[in-house]
Design a protein around this ligand. Structure first.
Ligand SMILES: Nc1ncnc2c1ncn2[C@@H]1O[C@H](COP(=O)(O)OP(=O)(O)OP(=O)(O)O)[C@@H](O)[C@H]1O
Length: 418
């Protein structure tokens, strides 16, 4: 069902839903576009609409091969729409759900693209504030890069900032996606460019490991880990790559690399990563059994597949009081924890990556390992019993019937017993 958006655009079909609204495949004067329609409770907020229009110039100016360009902002009655370039492909979350972990070369190539996009944004004084795999689109029509990675583009610029209006979010509330939130945000400081670097390093870690460094469990526990825990090395990760990640996950924003430095550092690593298989890391144990989630489809526009069925993830509303219309369990809104709440218990709650043979108790891999060990033990026991039985019978039968020991070189055939 087609729908007119302003005088220049038509929305044709839904591509997907996020926490801030719905993305449509649409048509404009210059061809196909993606149109993000903001949720009605957001678009009817006059203050937000004002900020949206204020942001317009900065967002429209941001033009970079690794940024999804915003072409237009349309305010039409109660509708508020962001018209963007249409990316024909998928988002990084979908790829990660499908593959679980990426080969280091592909992961680093994708992260380098996003670092390039961030460098352009930061130069224009724009902080993204919500860098995460859901906001990275992979352009399947673009040329294949290192590790067979398609060009990666960062999307959703300005949306977190627009929604974070003082009236909607009190100064003591945090808006964002817990796994990717820099410690300074958790501590209530204003978000600067370094928060994007922290989030991107988290994404890179996740691409390599299959899980985020501080995620898992209740959002409060995740926030606390960002502030108090140190990231634990991934088994098998090349040292130079690890050092880059560690530097960008530094608790102090000033210690992190700048986006252009990170992009250059990552690209330098690419030749040495060629052909390296994905790291063999098992999911860490948070002790709360909450870390696994079933892979779900959340496609960007994919030609030939038609309209994708929106997946459900039990979303947390982005804005307090609003209905959860997101299909992504990605955002949370919560108060800034007090300092004593941020100081973890004596043992902390760090998620320690385990090496490949060290399975998480209760995990599917662990259960199958236990089953395999049991099978081996049972087979050994049966074999042993059989050997003892046959040996006993041989001893008994050799000293029985004919009373003769078989001589060297003679074989005997066991008689068939009734
Ligand atoms: N420019 C685009 N071209 C093609 N598909 C897009 C584009 N922008 C977003 N999409 C797709 O639309 C869907 C919804 O995107 P949206 O940005 O609203 O939500 P999200 O980023 O997945 O979640 P959230 O906003 O809650 O963080 C996603 O599946 C995404 O891949």
């Amino acid at each position: 069902m087609a729908r007119k958006i302003g005088s220049r655009y038509t929305a044709h079909q839904i591509l997907g839903r996020g926490s801030a609204g719905t993305v449509w495949l649409g048509e404009g004067p210059e061809g196909p576009v993606a149109i993000k329609m903001l949720r009605e409770d957001l678009s009817s907020d006059q203050e937000l609409v004002g900020r949206f229009v204020q942001e317009r110039t900065a967002l429209l100016k941001l033009d970079h091969p690794h940024v999804v360009s915003v072409r237009d902002l349309v305010v039409d009655g109660n509708d508020l729409a962001l018209v963007m370039d249409l990316v024909r492909g998928t988002d990084l979350r979908t790829r990660l759900d499908r593959e679980r972990r990426l080969a280091p070369e592909a992961a680093v190539a994708i992260a380098a693209d996003i670092a390039d996009g961030l460098a352009a944004a930061h130069a224009a004084q724009i902080v993204h504030r919500d860098v995460k795999p859901e906001n990275v689109l992979l352009d399947m029509q673009g040329p294949l890069g290192p590790g067979g990675a398609h060009p990666a583009l960062l999307t959703d610029f300005g949306v977190a900032k627009l929604i974070d209006t003082p009236r909607r979010t009190k100064a003591t509330k945090i808006i964002g996606t817990p796994d990717y939130l820099a410690p300074e945000i958790v501590e209530g400081l204003p978000p600067r460019a370094a928060v994007d670097i922290y989030a991107l390093a988290t994404v890179l870690y996740e691409l390599l490991a299959g899980f985020t460094p501080f995620g898992g469990g209740h959002p409060g526990a995740v926030l606390r880990r960002h502030v108090t825990e140190t990231v634990v090395p991934l088994p098998g990760i090349p040292e130079e790559l690890w050092q880059l990640i560690v530097q960008c996950l530094a608790k102090a924003p000033a210690s992190r690399l700048r986006a252009s430095e990170l992009a250059a550092g990552l690209r330098e690593q690419l030749p040495s990563l060629a052909g390296m298989p994905p790291l063999d890391v098992d999911e860490p144990d948070t002790g709360n059994g909450s870390e696994s989630s079933a892979p779900e489809e959340a496609p960007a526009y994919d030609e030939g597949r038609g309209m994708p069925a929106p997946p459900r993830r039990g979303a947390v509303p982005l804005v307090p009081g609003s209905t959860a219309d997101s299909n992504r369990d990605t955002h949370t809104s919560m108060r800034v924890p007090a300092p004593d709440e941020l100081a973890g218990g004596p043992l902390g709650t760090a998620r320690v990556p385990r090496s490949p043979n060290d399975r998480r108790p209760g995990s599917a891999r662990h259960r199958s390992e236990v089953r395999r060990r049991r099978l081996v033990m049972t087979t050994l026991a049966v074999g042993l019993l059989a050997a003892v039985g046959v040996g006993g019978w041989l001893v008994a039968s050799s000293s029985g019937e004919d009373g003769q020991e078989p001589g060297p070189g003679t074989s005997r055939t066991a008689p068939v017993r009734p």
